[in-house]
Design a protein around this ligand. Structure first.
Ligand code: NDP
Length: 419
């Protein structure tokens, strides 16, 4: 009996849990634990009877290490799959170390309170030393390397689509197609339409914090930072068509730059429509993207959290969203002394995802790799002591699993490059 504790029961977790239940051979016993236990109970009620996987539920405050430790000691899982928010990464890693269980997540640590002076001092030092100002970075979790190694435990970081699958694509390209990779462009295209004037496809707070921040890319060993949305390109995506895309900072650039130092330039682009950008700019201009608390009618509120309460719940977008996503990586480099280009991508259809697991494709493309990452650790394919990102393991069985579990990929050896 292999037990997996899944923390969080939002959009991404719901897909990962559906997928674990389709894969009962590996996931024969799961516990869903979150802040709002009624969501866990509702999902359990929906899935029970359709799967051989035994499901239990619990309430947990993942900001509280003791609460987590008690739950882990009670349930005794082999690993914890963290699908709560990046704010909880460190408390969950601490609890895993205390209870000696493996750790898996999909997004790197981000501080919830960016005004905390202790956090700010470390953040500002990092901005100066590394040259990018995003609120999230790997340093906090990489600092657990020795502790996980000594405990003989695996921490697998960032097994969503991007980061996650995109880094596995890079490892696969390196293993099978290149002697040397020179550039990587990660392209994330969402051609879906949910019919609302404005909504985000995953947690609005995390999403808006990410896309309203300055962009950056890695070139010749250094970070280059640019004002938000100031580098724009057009690209004709298979299955979607022509889209505008913008250069963003993204967490897998940091891991790939560290683990593939021979790569000369790594960039990340995401597609946005003009209406999304205009709404976001307006919300930013009026102060609704602020992450610091303000006083309102005698009560403290954080504007971006208030905005989250007003926006459609990403989990509710599934039935309304039509169209496709296309996410992948374009590589250039050298093979057998000759220049080579390669594009590996996945196309995912929002309505197909909804039919299968009642979620739109953004949650689907994250939840499936979350299940696969957990499977890699539980099955032992990717089990070694320490803290790792997905580019640091042999990619072949993960790539096979993508084809098997709903995210088939395509290799194009003659792609149009991004200027
Ligand atoms: P949601 O907001 O839909 O879900 C988050 C869940 O975590 C909710 O169930 C929430 O509970 C729970 N939660 C939040 N705080 C706590 C806490 N303190 N204790 C216990 N449970 C808590 O987010 P998503 O599903 O959209 O995103 C989940 C993760 O996936 C995020 O980390 C996000 O950054 C990541 N992600 C990664 C991507 C990738 O490609 N790598 C892409 C998209 C997302 P409640 O129901 O009470 O609010």
């Amino acid at each position: 009996m292999t037990k997996l504790l899944i923390i969080g029961c939002g959009g991404v977790a719901s897909v990962a849990i559906h997928k674990c239940c389709q894969n009962s051979e590996v996931f024969d016993d799961i516990m869903i634990a979150s802040r709002t236990v009624s969501k866990c109970d509702a999902l359990k009620a929906k899935l029970e009877g359709t799967t051989k996987t035994k499901i239990s539920t619990a309430k947990v405050d993942a900001d509280n290490v003791d609460d987590l430790v008690n739950l882990i000691n009670e349930y005794k899982p082999e690993a914890v799959l963290n699908l709560a928010l990046p704010y909880q990464d460190l408390t969950i890693m601490d609890a895993c170390l205390k209870t000696k269980v493996h750790y898996i997540d999909t997004a790197n640590y981000e501080a919830e309170d960016t005004t905390d002076p202790e956090w700010r001092a470390i953040y500002e030092k990092r901005c100066k030393e590394l040259g990018f100002t995003a609120y999230f970075d790997y340093s906090w979790q990489w600092a657990y390397q020795d502790r996980f190694k000594e405990a003989g435990l695996t921490a697998l970081l960032g097994t969503g689509f991007d980061p996650g699958v995109t880094s596995v694509f890079a490892a696969y390209a390196k293993k099978h197609y290149f002697d040397e990779i020179h550039t990587i462009d990660i392209l994330d295209c969402n051609g879906g339409d949910h019919g609302y004037p404005f909504a985000t496809n995953f947690n609005p707070e995390i999403n808006l914090r990410e896309v309203s921040a300055p962009g950056s890319y890695f070139e010749n060993g250094k970070w280059v930072e640019i004002p938000a949305m100031s580098i724009k390109r057009e690209y004709n995506f298979e299955g979607v068509g022509m889209k505008d895309m913008y250069l963003l900072h993204h967490e897998e650039i940091e891991a790939l730059a560290k683990n593939m130092p021979e790569v000369k330039r790594i960039r990340f682009f995401m597609t946005f429509g003009q209406s999304y950008l205009t709404h976001m700019k307006c919300l930013e201009n009026v102060g609704l993207l602020r992450t610091d608390a303000i006083e309102f009618n005698g009560q403290e509120i954080v504007p971006i959290q208030f905005l989250k309460a007003l926006l459609p719940d990403p989990a509710s977008l599934g039935p309304r969203t039509v169209g496709k996503t296309n996410i992948g990586c374009i590589f250039t480099g050298i093979k057998d002394g000759k220049e080579k280009t390669l594009y590996i991508y996945n196309i995912c259809d929002h309505q197909e995802c909804y039919k299968e697991v009642e979620s739109q494709a953004i949650s689907y493309t994250t939840g499936v790799p979350a299940m696969i990452g957990a499977m890699m650790v539980l099955r032992g394919d990717w089990k070694k002591p320490g803290v790792f990102t997905t580019d640091e393991f042999d990619p072949d069985s993960y790539m096979e699993a993508l084809n098997k579990w709903g995210l088939p990929w395509v290799v194009d050896e003659n792609p149009v490059l991004v200027e």
